[in-house]
Design a protein around this ligand. Structure first.
Ligand SMILES: [Zn+2]
Length: 212
């Protein structure tokens, strides 16, 4: 079989495996155990395997089956408690190629992609809840108002943290910029010499105290 055909074949097998099991096998023996093609030599299989996964763009695809195993699913209007790892604020964390917040992943599984810079907020006052019916999209400003309304007290590590790249003054400026201008997060990030993700976290109040 020529290599491109083999690649295509592997790709379809991987997709099939993913649909059935909800995850991408990382080791060759996992495929073999599940009666996936063993007629090929391990060596050839293994050589093409990494490529095929990369080619398929499957790395980082959320592991949906594993995700729901951490969730205590209840009625449609109840809170669905996250039983996996949580961050210091009680938000669930989930790793699937990259770290994500569980409630954000739950939201995007139900409603589709979250546009850049938007926050996923809780209707209930329960950070570890991942019931999509309790989640809604909001801007950073909505998020700030929401946090104040819920009387949430963000931690006060801020610039006292020796790893902090920005002073409290700068954080204040960034939040003001985020709320009042059309400057993109990337532009703000460039201005302060940090990455866009960092700006997003600051604006979402996931990073640094929000009562600055
Ligand atoms: Zn809830």
């Amino acid at each position: 079989m020529i290599k491109s055909m083999y690649k295509e074949f592997l790709l379809s097998e991987l997709n099939r495996f993913y649909d059935t099991n909800g995850f991408i096998p990382r080791r060759k023996d996992m495929l073999v155990k599940n009666n996936y093609p063993s007629v090929y030599t391990y060596r050839y299989y293994f050589e093409s395997f990494g490529d095929a996964i990369r080619y398929a763009g499957l790395i980082g695809k959320p592991n949906i089956v594993k995700f729901w195993k951490y969730v205590d699913k209840k009625g449609i209007s109840d809170c669905w408690q996250w039983n996996g790892t949580k961050d210091k604020d009680g938000y669930g964390r989930f790793f699937s190629g990259k770290h994500t917040k569980s409630h954000r992943l739950s939201y995007s599984l139900q409603y589709g992609d979250i546009s850049e810079g938007m926050c996923v907020l809780h209707k209930c006052d329960n950070p570890s809840c991942v019931n999509p019916n309790h989640l809604f999209l909001g801007t950073h400003k909505d998020n700030s108002i929401d946090m104040v309304n819920k009387g949430r007290n963000p931690d006060i590590r801020g610039e006292n943290n020796p790893y902090a790249k920005l002073t409290n003054e700068q954080i204040k400026e960034i939040r003001k910029l985020g709320e009042s201008t059309d400057l993109s997060q990337q532009k703000i990030a460039d201005k302060y010499g940090v990455c866009q993700r960092h700006i997003s976290r600051i604006l979402c109040n996931e990073s640094r105290s929000s009562d600055l």
